[in-house]
Design a protein around this ligand. Structure first.
Ligand code: SF4
Length: 410
């Protein structure tokens, strides 16, 4: 084995990346008070939820040691590259004590060249327990809070199996608005039993806080969830589509711009971390089950960490946090790039494709022509962007860039 752990990544290959893209850091915290019935994230219910938290229920110190070991082992792959943002997601990262978050941010700053103005987001649930810690998170260095409100309606929250109620959600958002320079609210729509009037009330409640950023997701039934086994009664497709129209109209009237399929922001408050994903930037993923994407001059590599928290901690502390790693096949890169970049309302500059994939522009020419012929895409000499119709039929548009062997396979 080479003494230089990065050597294998730097050997010759078929791609020619002219420069490395911006790098961000994602950190996963894999525990929640309990598992929501729709959730397919890598989140695990804390044992003994409801009991006082101890190292036995939330092994905070050991997890932080594992994160640090994971990051240290990954450093040779990102040596010297500035880090533009950090996103601490989950799971429920707000279960960590502010002191633990502070220690972790200090570790990151000690190990990586974090840009001085780096955006540092922490995902928080709106329970009272978490709300009391918001100021501590701010003091620990978090610059942006993302609150998983989902709905302000008690019946919808109950149907989603959430641990908070509408009053707690309102109190949490008010606290975040008072403490953080910028914050995000996550909302969901097409919920079990949700009517247009209930959605309108949720939107009024959310927009009443003047949020700098709003993320709104359609509830989808994912395999291997409780909802997949026992599907709840959901609004039909037409109703869900009318709900999305109502969301777009209400957010626009409130001065928020829809800059990505699910993301709405005031000027200056777009999520820099997520923008980097959508612009096919690089991200190092640290923590249980975290995914990462790293570019080298001649290849793009995807990594996944061990998913189960105990296993992850054992492996990371032994210097083996990565459970799976593969080089993205050249033929898959046009689709992978488009899967992300076409989510952006303003699309991307033409030159970005070659810059981020290391492929010639000709690799997407046939797909571009088909998409334009179908009215799904508009392109000029400089930019490529989805048309309003392309934005509405995004998966059809993205599928035009699949490798020929995978087209028509659904
Ligand atoms: S709080 Fe979020 S991450 Fe945790 S189980 Fe519910 S949806 Fe999943």
């Amino acid at each position: 084995m080479s003494a230089d752990p990065a050597a294998a990544y730097l050997r010759p290959g078929t791609l020619q990346l002219p420069a490395q893209p911006p790098l961000t850091l994602y950190v996963h915290v894999p525990w929640c008070i309990r598992k929501c019935p729709y959730c397919d994230f890598n989140s695990h219910a804390l044992p003994g939820a409801g009991a006082p938290r101890t190292a036995a229920t939330l092994p905070e110190a050991r997890y932080l040691d594992a994160l640090r070991a994971d990051l240290e082992a990954a450093l040779p792959l990102v040596w010297g590259r500035p880090v533009a943002s950090v996103f601490i997601g989950g799971g429920t990262p707000s279960l960590l004590a502010p002191e633990a978050v502070g220690r972790w941010i200090a570790d990151i700053r000690a190990l990586l060249p974090l840009q001085p103005d780096a955006e540092i987001t922490l995902e928080a649930n709106p329970g009272t327990f978490e709300r009391d810690r918001f100021r501590g998170f701010r003091d620990a260095g978090v610059t942006r809070l993302s609150i998983g409100v989902q709905s302000f309606d008690d019946a919808c929250l109950g149907a989603l199996g959430r641990v908070h109620d509408g009053a707690q959600a309102r109190a949490a958002v008010a606290a975040a608005a008072a403490i953080f320079p910028t914050f995000n609210l996550d909302l969901m729509y097409a919920l079990p039993g949700q009517t247009p009037a209930m959605l309108a009330a949720d939107l009024r409640a959310a927009l009443g806080f003047d949020p700098p950023h709003l993320s709104v997701y359609h509830l989808t039934i994912e395999p291997n969830t409780v909802f997949a086994r026992q599907p709840p009664p959901l609004p039909d497709e037409d109703s869900a589509s009318a709900m999305l129209d109502a969301i777009v109209a209400a957010t626009e009237a409130a001065g928020l711009q829809r800059y990505e399929v699910s993301a709405f922001a005031r000027p200056g408050h777009r999520c820099r971390h997520n923008l980097n994903y959508w612009q096919f930037g690089d991200y190092l993923g640290i923590g249980a089950g975290a995914h990462g994407k790293l570019s080298f001059p001649h290849r793009i590599v995807r990594q996944v960490r061990w998913r189960e928290p105990q296993r992850y901690m054992d492996e990371a502390l032994a210097g083996q946090a990565v459970s799976n790693e593969h080089e993205v096949a050249r033929a898959e890169l046009p689709f992978e790039f488009m899967l992300n970049a076409l989510r952006l309302k303003d699309g991307f500059e033409r030159a970005l494709f070659a810059e981020r994939t290391g492929l010639p522009a000709s690799a997407i020419e046939a797909g571009l022509q088909q998409a334009q012929a179908r009215g799904l895409l508009e392109a000029d000499l400089k930019r490529i962007r989805p048309t309003p119709r392309g934005f509405d039929f995004l998966s059809d548009l993205q599928a035009l860039f699949l490798p020929p062997a995978r087209r028509g396979r659904g």
